[in-house]
Design a protein around this ligand. Structure first.
Ligand code: HEM
Length: 395
């Protein structure tokens, strides 16, 4: 029952960001359904998380409405122009029903009008060439460079949109979704969303979007909202996933050898396993439209459920050796891309980033080893797990 165990998920505990998995494991074992101080219900087990993602009885909560309700507090005594609610108003993962369905179809058509195989293969080669003479490098910078070069080719960025600007923007946009964000941080995010309007070019992706959304009567700010979420969803999760994947493969010789020898089919299998193991989006939220009962406890309509995707992906009841990267795992029903009507729209692209990138990258990176004189640095984010630094040096 909720609240009876002393095991409690606490993202403010020392070391949480370095490794949140031990508390996920303890929670699954001893207290899989928890209530936080705001009344949110946090779920850790696959058997609880997966059905909610697929259920029509749950919906997503509106981030934009949340910001509308908070803006008078956030911008009190500030001369900043409130832009949080506007920018998040068309973020697909926070929309329900008809508008979600229509916008998902339109954005999907635009996304998949690009020749991603070519864009991704070119970006992999460019990345390797860019780093070819480095004697040491940060796997996070390496991953950012790669994803930025894929993104740049399709989303249409202005000159102003340097790698550094995109990194900052994407991270700030991602943080807007975290829970327990301070007022100061919201002001910083707001500022970033304002200058971020200058990142996107008018032609290419945006022009295709405008055409696809004819009849929607969208305004400039609506298109900007869609561009913002596409950039963030594309960049943030992909570079997190790649940087940690490369770190893992270079740290574990059996994985490095597996990738070096792997055929296409095997690369696809390890790609899925790395997604499961890394789960860049660790949590998501759903609200119930009907009363629900979990383990004998009844939850009224409108309860906020925080779904532990990353914890579910390490559930031993579903995945044997769940805390290991099993390179040839055959059955892998992971939830790293979510499930149900909000399943990641970019899952195919994200998979291809690893499928085309992993082998050439590990062939290039095999002359490097993990530099143990620098420790791994993790970002202090709860919903998205972000590696900030992972140094390697030449043997
Ligand atoms: C490893 C990389 C990625 C991971 C782990 C990931 C994960 C996820 C997850 C878990 C969701 C569902 C959230 C929920 O149900 O609440 C989601 C949604 C979404 N993702 Fe991704 N994602 C990745 C890459 C991408 C890429 C490359 C794009 C390209 C634009 C993208 C675009 C989206 C969009 C638009 C949604 C919202 C879909 C909807 O609500 O209908 N993602 N992603």
């Amino acid at each position: 029952m909720v609240g009876e165990s002393t095991i409690k998920w606490n993202p403010f505990a020392p070391d949480y960001f370095n490794d949140p998995y031990p508390i996920y494991t303890l929670s699954r074992q001893s207290n899989p359904i928890q209530k936080d101080q705001f009344g949110n219900i946090i779920l850790f087990k696959y058997r609880d998380v997966a059905p909610i993602l697929d259920s029509p009885d749950f919906e997503v909560s509106s981030l934009s409405t949340f910001f509308e309700s908070k803006e008078s507090y956030i911008f009190k005594n500030s001369s900043a122009c409130p832009f949080l609610a506007k920018t998040t108003s068309k973020w697909l993962m926070y929309l329900n029903s008809d508008i979600h369905r229509k916008l998902r179809i339109a954005l999907g058509k635009v996304l998949f009008s690009y020749d991603f195989d070519r864009l991704i293969q070119e970006a992999a080669q460019e990345t390797i060439i860019h780093f070819q003479f480095h004697k040491e490098l940060d796997l996070v910078d390496f991953s950012k460079y790669y994803i930025y070069h894929i993104l740049k080719k399709f989303i249409g960025l202005k000159d102003f949109a340097s790698l550094e600007k995109v990194v900052e923007y994407s991270n700030m946009a991602a943080r807007s979704q975290d829970i327990f964000v301070s007022k100061q941080m919201y002001l910083k995010i707001n500022d970033c969303l304002l200058w971020g309007q200058g990142l996107f070019a008018e032609d290419g992706f945006k022009a295709k979007l405008v055409k696809e959304l004819e009849g929607f009567e969208f305004e400039e700010e609506d298109y900007y909202s869609i561009l913002a979420v596409t950039l963030m969803a594309f960049f943030e999760t992909s570079k997190d996933n790649l940087s940690y994947s490369l770190f893992n493969i270079l740290s574990i010789p059996r994985l490095r050898d597996f990738v070096l020898k792997a055929e296409v089919k095997e690369i696809k299998i390890i790609t899925e396993e790395l997604m499961r193991f890394n789960s860049p989006l660790q949590f998501t939220v759903r609200i119930n439209k009907k009363e629900v009962t979990l383990m004998g406890q009844v939850y009224p309509i409108g309860t906020r459920f925080v779904l532990g995707i990353a914890s579910a992906n390490r559930d031993e009841d579903i995945f044997e050796d769940a805390d290991e990267i099993v390179s040839n795992r055959q059955i892998n029903p992971h939830l790293a891309f979510g499930s149900g009507i909000h399943t990641c729209l970019g899952a195919l692209i994200a998979r291809k980033e690893l499928e085309f990138g992993l082998k050439p990258m590990i062939e290039f990176l095999q002359k490097f080893e993990i530099d143990n004189s620098h420790s791994l640095l993790w970002g202090n984010q709860i919903f998205m797990r972000t590696l900030d630094k992972a140094m390697v040096k030449i043997h």
